[in-house]
Design a protein around this ligand. Structure first.
Ligand SMILES: Cc1cc2nc3c(=O)[nH]c(=O)nc-3n(C[C@H](O)[C@H](O)[C@H](O)COP(=O)(O)OP(=O)(O)OC[C@H]3O[C@@H](n4cnc5c(N)ncnc54)[C@H](O)[C@@H]3O)c2cc1C
Length: 427
């Protein structure tokens, strides 16, 4: 980069020139989960991300020692604004979003200085794609109830367990994995995060076929996976604060995605335009003058507008430290409510055209795929019900949900759960 870093106009000009010369224009909203990612595509996307990083446009606000540019939020905003019109690569699809939007802020907050210097440059250059290994077959909402164990063996840790619903794991190199390291303390206190190599021969990654036809999710089986102390993130048995940082990043990221979708004609469109995707759908169905359809579009527009306002108000309040971080649950909850409603409206307007379309006609497929994906935000990163619990307890100060197990050593929780089943059977 060769500009006066304080001259934002010059920086914008430089960004525009670089984008024009290096990236193709964005073709339209991409439908989540309908494209399989080939190894060739993944390699090409990694190479292009590396070029963006080498040119100084990734990690714009991060310190140089982590591979960043040490510039300001204003520079980042300029890149964000200018790059929305270009096809910025997302190596590994959703895995890229998880790496950059969830794992990176978590590492910045909790990894050691040495880890940050070693790992973050590799993340920025797409050498390392990470995913989250939190949920398990028996632990989702109750994340602190996980059963994956990490046992000390000499100077290494040995991990065993099963993880599930890991978005993008098929294309990732590492998982940030939550494991139990102490069974004799209450469940939130015996947890530790590890960096786990997904290409390790003792890790089996199995894709799960989803309702939209893709295999974005995976389940992973960890069988005696060995890692050193250098892979512990945030301290042994100090995992719960790390989990909270991660979930806050994920919940605000979900809202960020909604805002970004709005910029491309779907999702919250703000007061400027009247739900452009739905207007286009109504026009192509010849229903633009239909009173019932106009009502539906108005309903969606009101939702879009309110969503945009909520994002702006809470985002600004949080950025200036005037709001409890738990407020991201308000945005997450609203997205989880509005997304399925908006997807249902699009299906209603599309009518028969929303059910069948010519192969490869992505535009025609959009209402149906959005409808199938419409539940994502009401579950991923914590369900609507869990967000309501958080809002009531952490924002409104209502009494905490009763818990029978949060003060007991986790080993006793498991023992009591097993004997409860036996007691019930014999009573
Ligand atoms: C699109 C998507 C992407 C995901 N990506 C990842 C990922 O990358 N990595 C990962 O580890 N996980 C991921 N998940 C898993 C996700 O975090 C869990 O699905 C979620 O936390 C809910 O857990 P569960 O599915 O086990 O449901 P459960 O916890 O079994 O909940 C079942 C139902 O009970 C309700 N419920 C549970 N407890 C309470 C309570 N205390 N009060 C009121 N209601 C309650 C829930 O709201 C829900 O309706 C993803 C999920 C989705 C849908």
């Amino acid at each position: 980069m060769s500009h006066d870093p304080h001259d934002l106009d010059a920086y914008r000009e430089q960004v525009r020139t670089w984008l024009d010369a290096n990236l193709p224009p964005r073709e339209g909203p991409s439908l989540r989960g309908i494209h399989e990612i080939s190894p060739e595509q993944l390699a090409a996307d990694r190479a292009l991300q590396r070029r963006i990083h080498q040119s100084g446009y990734l990690g714009i606000t991060l310190p140089p020692e982590y591979g960043g540019q040490g510039l300001t939020d204003a520079h980042q905003r300029i890149w964000n604004e200018e790059s929305t019109r270009y096809a910025v690569p997302v190596p590994g699809g959703i895995a890229s979003g998880v790496t950059m939007g969830i794992v990176l802020p978590t590492l910045l907050a909790h990894a050691s200085e040495e880890q940050k210097r070693a790992w973050i440059p590799k993340i920025l250059s797409a050498e390392e794609i990470w995913v989250q290994l939190l949920s398990e077959p028996g632990a989702g909402s109750d994340l602190a109830g996980i059963l994956t164990r990490a046992t000390r063996d000499g100077d290494v840790w040995v991990l065993n367990g099963t993880k599930v619903w890991s978005s993008g794991a098929l294309h990732a190199d590492y998982g940030i994995c939550l494991a139990r390291t102490d069974w004799d303390v209450p469940k939130h206190r015996g947890l530790t995060w590890f960096k786990v190599p997904l290409h390790d021969p003792n890790v089996t990654v199995r894709p799960i076929r989803e309702i939209n036809g893709s295999s974005e999710f995976c389940e992973e089986f960890l069988d005696d996976v060995t890692v050193g102390d250098d892979m512990v993130i945030g301290g042994v048995n100090e995992g719960w604060p790390v989990a909270n940082t991660m979930l806050t990043a994920e919940r605000s990221g979900g809202a960020g995605n909604a805002a970004a979708a709005g910029a491309h004609g779907r999702g919250p469109s703000g007061p400027r335009r009247l739900a452009p995707d739905l207007v286009e759908l109504a026009e192509s169905a010849g229903l633009a003058d239909d009173a019932a359809v106009r009502q539906l579009i108005a309903r969606a527009h009101i939702d879009d507008y309110l969503q945009g306002q909520l994002l702006r108000r809470i985002g600004t309040a949080m950025a200036t430290g005037r709001m409890n971080p738990a407020a991201v649950s308000l945005i997450k909850l609203r997205t989880g409510i509005v997304d399925p409603r908006r997807a249902a409206i699009a299906m209603e307007i599309a009518g028969r055209a929303g059910i069948a379309w010519a192969p490869g006609d992505e535009r025609a497929a959009t209402p149906a795929v959005d409808f199938l994906n419409g539940r994502i935000m009401s579950i991923a990163g914590g369900s609507n019900q869990i967000q309501r619990n958080i809002v009531s307890e952490r924002l409104l100060g209502l009494p905490r949900e009763p818990s029978a197990d949060s003060d007991k050593p986790f080993r006793d929780v498991l023992r009591d759960a097993r004997s409860w089943g036996t007691r019930k059977a014999t009573s």
